[in-house]
Design a protein around this ligand. Structure first.
Ligand SMILES: Cc1cc2nc3c(=O)[nH]c(=O)nc-3n(C[C@H](O)[C@H](O)[C@H](O)COP(=O)(O)OP(=O)(O)OC[C@H]3O[C@@H](n4cnc5c(N)ncnc54)[C@H](O)[C@@H]3O)c2cc1C
Length: 349
């Protein structure tokens, strides 16, 4: 056996598919109830940082890998979960429009609509001065992707459903054994749960709780916006059948996965500022993002136990980061190809 992977959230699932694509043998160990994060996520990807209208970190490279990885996974799993959706940004101030139009002439312009639309959903949303749209954006339906992947792993007998017991690991330099399964390496993909992992809890996670609402907006449903995401204060992502996901909050003190009244009120307030029409709350969820002090992923092998590795720290952007860095990690593990120094856990040694 080549690898044991612990965790089947976005990180573990994408690393597993990447290694299987390279004909590696793997076993995945996952207890799904330990973290809801990947399933709570809206799964959005966006190459533009709205605040400054600049490209997000490594945008081109990450999008390039997403466009290879997700369509291939859709084919393998015979399911549809990768959606292109323009992100519509209603402007608040005239100077935002001026900056947007200026930026369309720069490198980032390839991700921005070239004109400002003035009549977008003006009966439904507060949109006084017009909207711009980010193209090359969209979302992954993480529930479909993770559930279908789980079915695939189960059908291939490579999934063990349990919480790993760290005391039962037998670690040597070139191999690792867990309950009779021996592999060359074991890679932890435990999301925020890594903070209780005895081998990797020294890494500087700075976890962030996030909450979302699922709402029904009957009048928006009639406007046929299935291929657009709205973003102002909060995002409104169409889920189909008249439902929308709205998010998200950022909270650093309360790190439980329990939805809070405070989070709900914040989202209702933001949504009310954007919508002119009524909405009904259907569901309320919370998860913990595996965010890191320096906002970069945490990838690499343990400094003292090189048969143990970690693929984590995907923070707020698991959907975009994971395909590119899973490939980079696999190349490092198999061919010693150097990894991007900004993600290598060596930086904290
Ligand atoms: C409200 C919210 C909105 C978000 N929106 C977006 C978005 O729009 N776009 C985006 O890209 N990202 C978004 N994110 C971030 C995204 O969810 C994360 O980057 C990503 O899900 C992290 O995935 P992961 O696999 O590292 O961790 P997790 O999702 O936490 O997965 C870890 C898995 O391992 C299992 N596990 C953990 N420890 C053990 C153990 N010891 N033994 C066995 N199993 C174990 C867990 O049960 C789980 O199945 C959002 C997050 C939140 C909370």
């Amino acid at each position: 056996m080549n690898y044991i992977i612990v965790g089947q959230g976005l990180a573990g699932t994408i690393l597993a598919h990447t290694l299987l694509n390279q004909n590696k043998t793997i076993t995945i160990i996952d207890s799904p109830d330990l973290s809801k994060t990947s399933k709570v996520a809206a799964g959005l990807y966006n190459p533009v940082v709205f605040k400054r209208l600049v490209k997000s970190w490594l945008a081109e490279e990450l999008l390039g890998h997403m466009n290879e990885f997700y369509p291939k996974a859709q084919e393998l799993l015979n399911a549809k979960f990768y959606f292109k959706k323009n992100i519509v940004k209603p402007f608040s101030e005239e100077h935002e429009k001026v900056l947007w139009l200026k930026k369309t002439g720069e490198d980032i312009g390839k991700y921005l609509s070239k004109t400002i639309e003035t009549g977008f959903l003006t009966d439904i949303i507060h949109n006084r001065i017009g909207t711009g749209e980010v193209v090359e954006a969209g979302n992954i339906d993480t529930n479909v992707f993770l559930d279908e992947s789980r079915n695939f792993f189960k059908a291939n007998n490579i999934l063990l459903e349990e919480e790993i017991n760290y005391d039962l690991l037998t670690i040597s330099e070139n191999s690792i054994t867990y309950k009779g399964i021996t592999a060359n390496k074991l890679i932890f993909c435990e999301g925020h749960k890594a903070t209780s992992n005895p081998y990797f809890s020294w890494l500087p996670f700075k976890l962030t709780k996030g909450e979302t609402l699922t709402v029904r907006i009957p009048e928006l449903h009639l406007q046929n916006v299935a291929s657009k995401v709205l973003n102002k204060g909060v995002f409104i992502l169409p889920l189909g059948e008249g439902l929308y996901k709205v998010g998200a909050t950022y909270e650093w003190e309360d790190l439980t996965e329990t939805p809070t009244e405070k989070g709900k009120l914040f989202l209702i307030d933001q949504l009310s500022k954007l919508l002119k029409v009524p909405f009904e709350i259907i569901d309320h969820q919370a998860g913990i993002r595996p965010t890191v002090k320096d906002r970069r992923p945490l990838i690499g092998l343990h400094p003292d136990y090189p048969s143990l590795g970690i693929f984590n720290g995907l923070g707020t952007k698991g959907v975009m980061l994971a395909p590119y860095f899973a490939q980079q990690f696999a190349d490092y593990l198999e061919n010693s190809t150097p990894m991007n120094k900004e993600v290598d856990i060596e930086r904290f040694k």
